[in-house]
Design a protein around this ligand. Structure first.
Ligand code: ASP
Ligand code: MG
Length: 303
């Protein structure tokens, strides 16, 4: 049982969704969990929606409609005009417009966690439907029912025992049926059924690691727009070297010192269960990429 995680860049437009679909359909994914971020910069846009609602709700609704229209434009490229996805997106739009118009913004972090999950819900509904329409049967599942947290809105802490119970009861049986992969969201969680939470910006790598931990997965693969973990940020340096094998310990250090390729909290749940983390390029899915595991043999090779 393995986990694939696709970040915002790897599903940022219709072409990217098609590419992600190819990667997914190539693997033996019947029993795997597919974790997605929101498309592209959607979460930033939804943060603007929340900010606007503080003073001008109608402005917030207008900005939210822009987010919806961006997703509909992606759908128009991926689906026939009469596809069910258009109704699905419309009903999500109605549900979240109602939240934007009625929920108090007084506790802003609570409000944020009600609204911002729309990004991950939209991306996964679209990708799940796209996979279905192109021959890959799958199940969609709302991660807010699975990853259980405290009430620390916008940076919630995971409740291990509650999460384990939910995953054992709801997710593990679905995966065991081998009816196809399960599609779910990173970043979003829930304190209880009325209080969604989020795990902190860029938290979907961490979600993938949590799912791996609670499911005792064989591996996690994060699909990225870089060839793997590099020894420096390719945005600033030309002569970067791919780190093929990194130990958990070194990876934690890299993450804390600012390597944006992996979210710092991601490593610990994997290290605890000795689950390898592969970082691969979604542009070159067949190239090796990096693996983060317990081996320290290569740690001294590249500074
Ligand atoms: N969509 C969320 C964000 O942009 C989570 C993630 O991408 O990891 O922060
Ligand atoms: Mg992101």
């Amino acid at each position: 049982m393995w986990i694939y995680k696709f970040g915002g860049a790897s599903i940022k437009d219709a072409d990217a969704v098609v590419r992600a679909g190819e990667i997914i359909k190539k693997g033996d994914v019947k029993q795997s969990l597919l974790v997605f971020s929101a498309m592209g910069k959607t979460t930033n846009a939804l943060e603007q929606v929340c900010e606007a609602c503080k003073t001008q709700r109608e402005k917030g609704v207008e900005l939210f409609n822009d987010v919806i229209n961006d997703h509909l434009a992606v759908c128009e490229k991926l689906f026939e005009p009469d596809d069910a996805i258009f109704r699905t997106v419309k009903s999500l739009q109605n549900e979240f417009t109602d939240i934007l118009q009625t929920k108090s913004t007084a506790n802003f972090e609570y409000f944020y966690d009600r609204v911002v999950p729309a990004g991950e819900l939209l991306s996964t509904l679209i990708v799940s439907r796209y996979l279905q329409a192109t021959g890959c049967k799958n199940e969609w599942f709302d991660a807010r029912e699975l990853i259980k947290t405290d009430y620390n809105f916008t940076r919630a802490q995971v409740d291990q025992s509650k999460t384990q119970i939910q995953i054992n009861a709801k997710l593990a049986p679905l995966l065991q049926q081998k009816n196809g992969p399960v599609v779910t969201q990173g970043f979003i969680a829930g304190a209880d059924s009325l209080n969604p939470t989020t795990l902190g910006r860029e938290g979907s790598d961490y979600s993938a690691a949590l799912f791996a931990y609670f499911l005792n997965a064989d591996s996690v693969t994060i699909w990225k727009d870089v060839p793997g973990v590099l020894n420096a940020d390719p945005k600033y340096f030309d002569d970067t070297v791919l780190l093929k094998n990194i130990s958990y310990r070194e990876a934690v250090e890299l993450a804390y010192y600012g390597a944006s390729v992996i979210h710092p909290k991601t490593i610990q749940p994997l290290q605890e269960k000795n689950i390898p983390l592969y970082v691969k390029s979604f542009y070159q899915p067949d190239s090796e990429g990096s693996v983060i595991n317990e081996s320290t043999v290569d740690d001294d090779r590249v500074p």
